[in-house]
Design a binder for this molecule. Structure first.
Ligand SMILES: Cc1cc2nc3c(=O)[nH]c(=O)nc-3n(C[C@H](O)[C@H](O)[C@H](O)COP(=O)(O)OP(=O)(O)OC[C@H]3O[C@@H](n4cnc5c(N)ncnc54)[C@H](O)[C@@H]3O)c2cc1C
Length: 246
């Protein structure tokens, strides 16, 4: 018989919401007493008596974008025009939702001797924001390199926070890349194009056998996973999570 306790559903209240990129919002909920998680895990959120619903139902999975040391539970999402997200966007501050979890195994491995390399596209940044903020708080002695790809700076959630975090943690560096700057109204001097092997090599020079973490929409995760295995990276050194539903 299993001795692992199944987490029970608990209630949590919406504290605030804000735009974090074009068509993308972050929502902060209060953290129920005793609710603990590891950076990188996700929760299942259920709307209670929503004013509208659709065939996909009232529950979605979201990676927890806040770090355990932060006061609230934050999620972030692309605001597609679905019943769930219309309700999330308009429900009054203080509205209760049900959360279940935490779940998921996309967490930082304990081996501090190897660098950690994060590959994120767009909203796939959520579990990595949690890991990187926590690592900075805890002064984790490990090199951390985030490759973060978006179409335009306007589309990139938490971009400025992730850039500023480099000042808090000298062992962390950000490589942001934009794939559609022709459609942007902002200046950009960083990398352009999708994350590929050449980009990794340019920035990981001298980094021996890092551990890789990938998160985001299934197509992107599969493509980056295939890129790494084609370079003979061991399967056991790749930790990936697909955001099913995109
Ligand atoms: C472990 C895990 C972690 C996740 N973490 C996050 C996270 O941090 N942030 C996040 O945003 N999501 C995350 N997701 C995905 C999330 O659970 C939802 O599936 C996703 O946000 C889509 O929800 P929705 O309400 O927009 O679409 P749904 O109503 O759930 O629609 C599902 C399907 O409808 C279609 N569809 C609906 N609207 C559109 C549209 N506008 N354009 C094209 N197709 C459409 C798509 O085919 C889609 O597969 C995660 C999923 C998993 C499994």
């Amino acid at each position: 018989m299993s001795t692992v306790a199944t987490p029970s559903p608990v209630m949590s209240l919406l504290q605030d919401r804000r735009d974090i990129a074009d068509g993308t919002m972050a929502f902060r909920f209060d953290k129920p007493p005793g609710w603990v998680f590891e950076p990188g895990q996700f929760l299942d959120m259920t709307l209670r008596n929503p004013v509208e619903t659709d065939a996909e139902g009232n529950t979605r999975s979201f990676s927890i974008a806040s770090a355990p040391d932060e006061d609230t539970l934050m999620i972030a999402t692309r605001m597609r025009d679905t019943a769930f997200k219309r309700v999330l966007k308009t429900m009054p501050i203080g509205t209760a939702v049900t959360i279940e979890g935490p779940s998921g195994k996309l967490t930082l491995q304990n081996d501090l001797t190897r660098s950690a390399v994060f590959l994120a596209g767009g909203i796939g940044i959520t579990p990595f924001r949690s890991m990187l903020v926590q690592a900075a708080h805890q002064k984790r002695p490990q090199r951390l390199v985030l490759f973060y790809s978006n179409r335009r700076p306007e589309d990139a959630p938490f971009l400025e926070d992730l850039r500023a975090l480099q000042h808090d943690n000298p062992r962390y560096s950000l490589v942001a890349s934009m794939s559609e700057m022709a459609r942007s109204h902002r200046p950009w001097t960083g990398e352009t194009g999708l994350i590929d092997q050449a980009m990794l090599s340019r920035h990981l020079d001298g980094t021996a056998a890092p551990l890789y973490y990938i998160a985001g929409p299934p197509g992107m995760v599969k493509a980056l996973h295939a890129m790494l295995t084609a370079q003979s990276v061991n399967e056991g050194d790749i930790h990936a999570e697909e955001f099913l539903g995109y």
